[in-house]
Every structure is written in structure tokens, then in C-alpha cells.
Design a protein around this ligand. Sequence first.
Ligand code: AFP
Length: 314
Amino acid sequence: MGEGISDYTRFVVDLRRHMWMAGVETELRRLIWQIAVTGKYISAKIHESNRKLAGFKNLYGEDQLSLDRNADDILKNQLEYSGFVREYASEEQDAVIQIGKGQEKYFVTADPLDGSSLVDTNLSIGTIIGIHKEPIFSCGKDSMVAALYITYGPLITMVYSAGKGTHEFVLNREGEYVLSQECIMLEERGSLYSPGGLRKDFTERHLKYLEYLEAQGYKLRYSGGFVPDINQVLIKRGGIFTYPALKKSPRGKLRLLFELQPMAFIIEQAGGIATDGTDPILSLRVEGLDQRCPIYIGSRFEVEKAMEFLAQNS
Ligand code: AFP
């Protein structure tokens, strides 16, 4: 049978069917679906802005910064019309925005285009979403019901968890999100490490931890995009991503609400763990939109080993 024919006749599980089979609650299902569709629009925007890479003049004279803004506008508008979202908090906004009428069930956080400084390098970038059932100024474990991210790379993929495992979908040529990996589980111990930050800024304990990983033969895999870096740990079934406390910025770089909580939810659902070096990321109380936090996230062995190193008296 020709490749084309088998392609169209094989049985595929699309995102909607998967969520229905997994028993995800109806409104949450629709909301996740709506966000996944929005990923297609954001992807189109990225392509538009990158026409300059192919020798075209940028359509609207946009720069990278307004691409972040565009992604935010697209997402906010789509969520507003979905009818399921009461409040929207985005890395692109200074305050939480009320976008519903007050009865809607969900509170959504977004990093609409994480890693946008990588757009001109043609490396992968992504969208990160957290879905909460309570207002976002609480701790993640009390309020998060789902999280997802979309990668815009050679393929567009979408990884979600609604508390029933972590699953990956690939956007196919027909524009459907098709299940590629179900119930992804990390190994207890992986073989790659993805260390954010500069060596000269690391604390002594963090440096010793990295030296330990290097002596053990862990492979360095760091792109500078949180979404593809976490995706790599997940898809390769283990390893660790860190963005630690730095000498001059003890709270690290990454944002608890928009970046860390959703990824912690997804990785925990895949059998991994995520801490700030001491406490689980999802146990931390969110006090501000801009709150930053160190992170150690990935396979159990590497994260627990990091906690051992950080607790040592040196
Ligand atoms: P941009 O969105 O400004 O590109 O930042 C990306 C990011 O927030 C996150 O995606 C990366 O993990 C991290 O910053 C990379 O930081 P360094 O540039 O310090 O490695």
C-alpha cells in the first residue's frame, strides 16, 4: 500500500477524542481544545514575522517584541470568546485581566511566546499555559487543574495534562492534533542535563552539583528556550533542567506562575519532580505576577541529588 494511502486510512486519535476517552470534564476539554487551536494562529503569526528570514520584508514591520504582543492578543481574544475563562494572567500584561462575566470556571495563565528571542535563529519556541480552578494567587497544588505547552519547531507539538497523565500530540498536515505519545513516563534517572544561567554566577553548591553530573557523563543539552528544553527532558524520558538561584539574583530568572507551575504540573504527571531546591514548585504560594523562583525539574534521581547538594554545608 502506498505511503499516502496508509497515512489517510490509519486510525488516529485526535486531541478531542483523547480527552473525551480520558474522561476530562467537558468544559475543560473544550478550553484545552480552544487553546490548542489558538496555537495554530500563533504559529501562523510566527511564520508571517519570519518571512524576513526568507528575504521578504516583515509584513507589518514587526519586531520580535511585538510578536510576543501579537501572540498575547490572539490568546486573550480566543479565551475571551471561549466563554470558559473568568480571568487571564499573562507574562505580557501588568495585571490580571477579567475577561469573563464572573461565572466562568477557569483562570488561565499564559506565557504566550516563551523564548521569542530565539525566533531569528530558527530554534524552537513555545506557548505555556496553566489552567486553574481558583484565582491564581494561591499555591499551584490547590488550584491547578491542567497545563499544556505548544512547541513551534520543525513540527508543532502540543503536550497536555489534565491530571490524568501527560500526553503528546503532533499537528498533522490536515491540521489535526494527533496523539503521538500517551501517558509519557520519565525514567527514574536520565542522561542529559540542561543548565540555565552562567557558571560565574552560580553558587558553590550548585556548581558542585553540575560538576557531579558532568563527572557522571551527563550530556549537555541547553537551547535557551524553556519549552524545547523541558520538552527534551520529557521526550527523552529523563534528565534535568535547572535555572538556579544566582549570586546576584537569588530568585533565579524564570517566573513561577507563567513558566514553572505549568511545567511542574506536566512533569509531575509524567512521574518526575520539580522543586526550587527545597520545596515542590506546586507547593509555593504565588504572591505576585512577576515572582521568580529557582527550579530543578526532571527525573526523580537528578532532582533529589540536586537537593542533597544544595543542602550540604560546604
Ligand atoms: P526570552 O523569552 O527572552 O527568549 O527568554 C527565554 C527564557 O525565559 C526561557 O525560555 C529560557 O529557559 C531562559 O529565558 C533562558 O535564559 P538564558 O538566556 O539566561 O539562558
